[in-house]
Write a protein that binds this ligand. Structure first.
Ligand code: SF4
Length: 177
């Protein structure tokens, strides 16, 4: 026992044991690529998170992609009009799986002050939402907190919301048979 003790101590410091699944989740959460997609004033706060003051790059989520096919995170920053809803849905559908959605601000989450016929009263009517960030507008720190919460969920293995909904629908279909 005495002979292996220093070896054991060294091994504890330098060897990391994990599973392929956990490693994959760690890689996913550490390299979220948001789609470049802003709808209103909240988008200005969203853009701020990548600048040197807030430096979202510290958390590996600053690579905003111009193509949805290269993005796995949609940040809905601003109010969603009826006209924009199908466009937003198409962009979300073009994103590869697994993918996540953050609803940023009161307008995206509930329509905010725009309680009228032109604005969707919550983007969850259009795409499944994983994390809601409250505020009008949420400041960059709040958005970063939301992104960190999403990263925690990914690391813990919480499935994206659209997969949860799919499972619920399948269970309901089985029950109704
Ligand atoms: S929540 Fe406030 S800041 Fe964000 S889009 Fe709506 S009105 Fe603008």
């Amino acid at each position: 026992m005495g002979l292996t003790s220093p070896v054991q101590k060294e091994a504890e410091k330098s060897i990391l044991l994990t599973s392929v699944e956990k490693m994959g989740r760690w890689a996913q959460k550490s390299s979220l690529w948001p789609a470049t997609f802003g709808l209103a004033c909240c988008a200005i706060e969203m853009m701020s998170v990548t600048n040197s003051r807030y430096d979202l790059a510290r958390f590996g989520s600053e690579v905003f992609r111009a193509s949805p096919r290269q993005a796995d995170l949609m940040i809905v920053a601003g109010r969603v009009s009826q006209k924009m809803a199908p466009v937003l849905r198409t962009i979300w559908e073009q994103m590869p799986e697994p993918k996540w959605v953050i609803s940023m601000g009161a307008c995206a989450s509930s329509g905010g002050v725009f309680d009228n016929y032109a604005i969707i009263q919550g983007v969850d009517h259009v795409v499944p939402v994983d994390v809601y960030v409250p505020g009008c507008p949420p400041n960059p720190e709040a958005l970063m907190f939301g992104i960190l919460k999403l990263q925690e969920m990914i690391l813990e293995g919480v499935p994206p919301k659209y997969l949860q909904l799919q499972k619920e629908e399948e269970a309901l279909a089985r029950e109704s048979q």
